[in-house]
Design a protein. Sequence first.
Length: 479
Amino acid sequence: MKKILLCALVLTTALGLFAQVYTCHDIQYTTSTSGDSPYVGRTVTVRGIVVVELFYTGTNTSNIGFFISDPEGGPWSGLLIYTNQFHPQRGDEVEVTGTITEYYNFTEMSPTTGYRVISQGNPIPPPTLINTGDLSSSTTAEQWEGVFVKVENVTIVSLPTSYNEFYVNDGTGQCQIDDQCFPRTGFSWPQMTVGERWARIQGVVDYSFSNYAINPRDMNDIVKEDNVSNAMIKVQTTTADINTEIDIPILTSRIKPEWFVSSYTTNIKIDASKVKFNSVKYGTGTMTAQEPTVELSEDGSLIHISYQSMEPITSIADEDVLFKLCLKPVDYGESVIDLVSFFYDNTQIQALTDGKILVPIRKSIAWLNIKNPSSNKNIFNPELNEKLTIEYGCKSSSSGINVKAIVRIYDAQGRLVATPINKNISSPLGIESFQWDGRDYMMRRVPIGLYYCHLEIIERSTGHKEETVQPIVVKSIMK
């Protein structure tokens, strides 16, 4: 009996340890002079927000990974996940399971054995302001390994080498800037000269060949001149529920009082078949004090917003909410919120980042959405090289999606014409799409007429099935 109780206690303890989810800070924080993680060699599960979705660890394009961060950022808050198996999006909250290793004194998770997306469209943890000299010695630099940071008011002290590395200094000591987030071929830095001053560089810190370096994620992470023309506007990607209003933050980089900005004008495009515009939110929690002027196009797809402030528009934060779009999603799936144009006063802002509304399926159904992109109808003419976009999906889950989808096309007599999809759903949202060109399984164009698109969703762990059918019309040129 004692042996049984002892075995049960050991099993319970083991399961408890396996179920524990760590932060990046848990994994990275160390008081050891070696800088090694206390979890080296252990298999752990870590949760974080994706801040870099693609990071090259060398010249080989298959040697890649991504960085996650604790939501609050700060020292010890980042970790490299070295894997080419999983491909997250920036802003995903993920849980990753794998072994903590020290690759030439750089802490990373490798190999990975488990991965799931918990949620999407989360705010990116803010970059922590550090001095360039903080990265010149392991004594001060180790806490920033894998962390999203920024340096400001730096001077170029050396030009890019053949490895695309250059150095900057803010007066506290120089640090390296590297290009590991950019394509392995064809990339070059903006033109620069020694002695030139740049306003800001931000990115994630890696350690390679005895150097700590800041790796900008894209060109928006580099600001040469601190003026209004280099401001950045971004739409916050947000997860929403169908037929439920949601406020979408429109974010701006900091606007200094000495720029004397007093107005803005913007055009924003939405997919009116998936999202309906309701209003612009202003006042508390935004930089827009009074009601702006809003115009909506007749088809509901283009929103024109203009605002004239009584006082200068200012913000000292790296990102602040300028205003909010109140939208109502009316269909499942992804819907892009497109920043077509933006002006502060008469200055056009070039650094615009679109966002998305992500609308997951919350109930157990097989979902189909079929449309011709040119008409939003389920009618198309393959003779004119038209294609139908067919979206299909299933219920999403934070524990992952383990579902197989089969899409079959039948003619009006019930005969199988094509099976364009027979695969596992891999999208974290649970919704995927493809284009059908009107060809059968022999790659012949099908005759004009009525067809039926049948979707079968199979839960792989239980065998449970959901099905749905929608019609398709293949037409020809009128003679």
